[in-house]
Ligand binder design. Structure first.
Ligand code: ADP
Ligand code: ASP
Ligand code: MG
Length: 295
């Protein structure tokens, strides 16, 4: 079984959603899809998560209204082009209405409640689109998927009970569906509240789901693997075909933002493979991270 995670640039437009769905359905081993919030469509664009962070901090209703509209417009562009009706996702609620309701509802935890909603919307769109294509796909919220988080210092991290909970929640669902679509980047705390992981945390969600289900993990992003240095800064850099977990962790900790450092150990603990692949060029080999693999 494979857990396939798609990052923000891989889900920024309807075309990227179509491509992600084509990748997902090309191999029936891919049973779990983890979605990030849509990223930038063009260089001056703003990531949905950054807009949500602004909304969470906004004290000004006029500014909040514009932010809600901007977030909704980005999703609407995607859903209209994919031919998905808003009624087929989020129980028919409009995105701006859902945002407004959450802003009120979560006054105490406004920030935590709001910022992971981009992943919720993204996964809802993907599940609706896969259903439209004729697959038995189901949106499963991170809480329903069994992802439990707790605070250590200032940030939320995965709680180890998530492993058993995810297994108990997802195995029965896997019997009834081809694909389960799960939002990345957050979990529920012991009180049942939505709490975000640190930025880039959808990688961590994917790694923990993989560990719980003993599945290998695919990270679908916008570059063809893990490079010696950031390929955006050094275009001549080459992807590394194989890396050990230790090498991957060291690179991630030193700022190779292609993978969140906390995504390494859950896979390492069970010797599960991690594939870093380019959703724009799925034919490229990408990188494999595993136990002391030799080139
Ligand atoms: P996603 O939205 O798919 O999670 P990220 O922006 O988090 O994507 O990570 C992919 C980016 O990581 C690439 O676009 C690349 O610029 C950057 N990056 C930094 N260091 C490296 C590296 N050593 N190898 C590959 N990519 C890297
Ligand atoms: N959307 C979140 C972020 O921008 C999480 C992620 O993409 O992994 O950090
Ligand atoms: Mg990332």
């Amino acid at each position: 079984m494979l857990v396939a995670k798609f990052g923000g640039t891989s889900l920024a437009t309807a075309t990227r959603f179509r491509q992600a769905a084509a990748i997902l359905t090309a191999d029936s081993n891919r049973r779990i899809c983890v979605c990030s919030a849509p990223g930038k469509r063009f260089p001056q664009d703003r990531k949905i998560t950054d807009l949500l962070i602004d909304l969470a901090y906004s004290q000004d209703e006029e500014k909040s209204l514009l932010l809600r509209q901007e977030i909704e417009a980005h999703f609407q562009e995607i859903t209209e082009e994919l031919g998905i009706r808003q009624a087929d996702m989020l129980h028919g609620q409009r995105i701006s209405e859902r945002l407004k309701a959450e802003e009120k509802d979560l006054s105490v935890d406004r920030y935590d409640g709001l910022i992971a909603l981009g992943e919720v919307f993204s996964a809802s769109v993907m599940a609706a689109y896969l259903c439209k294509l004729g697959y038995r796909a189901k949106f499963v919220g991170a809480g329903q998927a069994g992802i439990l988080v707790h605070k250590i210092g200032d940030h939320y991290h995965m709680h180890e009970d998530s492993l058993n909970r995810v297994r108990d929640q997802l195995w029965p669902l896997l019997e009834g569906y081809d694909l389960l679509v799960i939002p990345g980047f957050y979990g529920r705390d012991f009180e049942g509240k939505r709490r975000p992981l640190s930025r880039g945390g959808s990688d961590v969600t994917a790694a923990w789901l993989s560990a719980a289900l003993q599945a290998d993990c695919e990270i679908w992003t916008d570059v063809s693997g893990v490079f010696v240095t950031d390929p955006r800064v050094h275009p001549a850099a080459q992807p590394l075909p194989y890396l050990s977990y230790g090498q991957m962790l060291e690179m991630a900790e030193q700022g190779a933002s292609v993978l969140h450092p906390e995504a390494v150990w859950p896979l390492q603990a069970q010797e599960l493979k991690l594939y870093v692949k380019n959703s724009f060029h799925p034919e490229d080999k990408g990188s494999v991270v595993g136990p002391n693999l030799h080139p």
